[in-house]
Design a protein around this ligand. Structure first.
Ligand code: IPM
Ligand code: MN
Length: 357
């Protein structure tokens, strides 16, 4: 197969981890006989520096003309403490989500037996957790009407949802539940929020179309607790944009390192595959960032964008093999084992893929 991938490394550790994902993709392509073409493009702070825009027109064009987007991270500390900054790197990410219609963010959480003592949860609580968060990504407060009143002393962000937005994300969540353990948890705040009551109403209607799936409803505060007291409860968790942002960061700790969590953002056009961690500027250029989340995002790319399940599985197997053998970065290495650098972990994973071990 001929694969065309837009490569958007972005800022901070983005370029380093994307380079390792590329090694894994190349290894898979060599082993399975695919041809791959990368189209590099700018997003985030580096795009502001070069083009004055965090998501330049050229980048959008490249994304739209590719089969998948491999994305690193955006963000730069020089913008963080400047409330007057007119353009911010994060706007590039939001613009990409909007322009590509990426309404469904899929964030799987799984645990690795050999890393259980890295989890902030007790091993018997974290063990066996295996669920997928489906976060709505183009609606709610992130994109609703926002502004200032009273000369700036009053501020508002509108949490607005239309029925079609709720329907399409629930549809995605149900289809995922159908190919997993058939348990869907709809997370909301329906005891307080009108938008949540719409979500619940639509979910109850749709549940009738999926009698095989056990649907339950949970308030977001309760879900935040359940994620750390009994994460095995969840199979597929679906929720709106802001709740999903918060809960997926929380969920990302369960496995022991945020550096393990991959994601896919899917929608109307090309899908985007990215690690859920940010640009981690303190680690940029130091060859210490964990590349496994980016590499696992490449596995999701093979599965979702290209429908190449075996290739995705080959990447997953190599990542698991790399963890088992202790080929990991410092966030995961336990003394006396010596951690490897970002680039060395990338080499090991590529080697394991190519040799099918
Ligand atoms: C994420 C990030 C983004 C978000 C930021 C960088 C805008 O935290 O992808 O979860 O809030 O969605
Ligand atoms: Mn987030």
């Amino acid at each position: 197969m001929k694969l065309s991938i837009a490569k958007l490394p972005g800022d901070g550790i983005g370029p380093e981890v994307v380079t390792q994902a590329v090694k894994a993709i190349d290894a898979v392509c060599r082993r399975f006989g695919h041809e791959v073409e990368y189209k590099p493009a700018y997003i985030g702070a580096c795009a502001i520096d070069k083009f004055g825009s965090p998501f330049p027109e050229e980048t959008l064009k490249i994304c739209l003309s590719s089969d998948a987007v491999l994305f690193g991270a955006v963000g730069d500390p020089k913008y963080d403490n400047d409330p007057s900054a007119k353009v911010r790197p994060e706007q590039g990410l939001l613009a990409m989500r909007r322009e590509l219609g990426l309404y469904a963010n899929i964030r799987p959480v799984e645990t690795f037996q050999s890393l259980l003592d890295r989890s902030p949860l007790r091993p018997e609580i974290a063990a066996g957790a295996d669920f997928v968060c489906v976060r709505e990504l183009t609606g709610g407060m992130y994109f609703g009407d926002k502004g200032r009143l009273d000369g700036g002393d009053t501020a508002y962000d509108t949490n607005i949802y239309h029925r079609y937005e709720v329907e399409r994300i629930l549809r995605k969540a149900y289809s995922l539940a159908m190919i997993r353990r058939r348990h869907l948890t709809v997370v909301d705040k329906a005891n307080v929020l009108e938008s949540s009551r719409l979500w619940r109403q639509v979910a109850k209607e749709m549940a009738r179309e999926y009698p095989e799936v056990e649907t339950d409803f949970m308030y977001v505060d309760n879900a935040a607790m359940k994620l750390i007291t009994g994460p095995r409860f969840f199979d597929v968790l679906v929720t709106e944009n802001t709740f999903g942002d918060i809960l997926t960061d929380e969920a990302s700790c369960i496995s022991g390192s945020m550096g393990l969590l991959a994601s896919a953002s899917l929608g109307d056009h090309t899908g985007v595959y990215e690690p859920i961690h940010g640009s981690y500027p303190q680690a940029a250029g130091r060859n210490i960032a964990n590349p496994l989340a980016a590499i696992l995002s490449a596995a999701m790319m093979f599965e979702y964008a290209f429908g190449l399940k075996e290739e995705g599985a080959a990447i997953r197997k190599a990542v698991a093999g790399s963890i088992e053998r202790g080929f990991v970065t410092e966030d995961l290495a336990l003394a006396p084992a010596r951690p490897l650098g970002t680039s060395e972990v990338g080499d090991k994973v590529a080697e394991l893929i190519e040799n099918n071990v």
